[in-house]
Design a protein around this ligand. Sequence first.
Ligand code: HEM
Length: 364
Amino acid sequence: MPRNLNYLWNFGAFAVVSLTLLILSGIFLALNYTPTLADAFSSVETIDRQVASGWLIRSVHMGGVSMLFAALYVHIARSLYYGSYKAPRELVWLTGLGLLLLVMITAFAGYVLPWGQMSYWGATVVVNAVNTVPLVGKPLASWLLGGEGLGNVALHRLFVLHFVTAFSIIGVIVLHVATLHVTGSNNPTGKDLTEPDQTVPFHPYYTTKDGLGLCLFLLVYAALIFFAPDFLTLSDNYVQANPLITPSDITPEWYFAPFYAILRAVPSKLGGLILATGSIVILFALPWLDSSTIRSARFRPWLRVALPLLFLAFLALGLAGMSPPSPFWLWISRAAVAYWYVYFLGLLPMIARREQASRRKEHF
Ligand code: HEM
């Protein structure tokens, strides 16, 4: 292992631990959950109120999702800052993005299961967005859901989808880490390590460093579960789903808020869907959009300005997605989503070309 890894390299391990806790708590939840319209909501209430330690298992599961997404967003930001997505680690990056998609699908399906108001109306927003896709949208949605709208069949399928994708994530993590083992880890300088004294064995150096980080991560996780179990949940989801009453404000969970803000920023539903999915799809092309051979932003002054602005745009979209619609947040979202695309399609390739040109000049 490179000897100079900082604490940002802990977040992959945090993701592994939160996923493990999610799967373990999920198995116990599944023992008491009933995937039918009539019983889904009450079976979750029973878990919370009557099953021995059910409240704890459910809290571990719900808090775990937030901890996993938080770990992943930092993990991705670290990879962006230090250029870990660049050659020779393209496959690590691509399998990572596969993981992100699987985690998102799993979280979406899981959120519908308690069959609260937000479960139902959040899923309805997504179904309506899919319905807008010309030609295939409607037939695809009704084929996947087993009928028009969300009913018993859809809930049952989402339950199956939830744990099938959850388990398949384990397989993709194996791939992700295996591809990383081929190239070895990047490091904060982004430079390839050539000397033996630039590396140290994983054990005891990184087992202890990851261990310390994990203690802090688990402290935050525990604080969330024991002191603020409802801090990140929405009270509307403790009201059973009612297709006849739309909540005054449909708000997604915080980790989906940036994408929801993009959906809302565009007047056309289809346009919103394209921009929201495109914001992730574009990341698959990243290793080839950024042609600079310098990896770490430490040595890329222009990137050190442009990239924090990208992080800011993501945060702004998150805040916009969690706020009630207003002209202020609408224009913030539009500016942020515009910057997202300008960064990946314009600024980054341009900065990379400039850097390559000045490197060639230095060379001659
Ligand atoms: C469940 C999800 C994920 C898990 C469990 C996971 C786990 C890990 C672990 C354990 C490492 C090595 C330690 C570290 O560098 O932090 C790693 C490295 C890496 N991951 Fe992930 N990861 C996940 C998702 C992602 C995503 C979504 C991306 C990017 C889109 C990503 C990109 C990377 C990259 C580029 C590296 C190499 C970093 C370097 O060496 O600098 N991972 N991952």
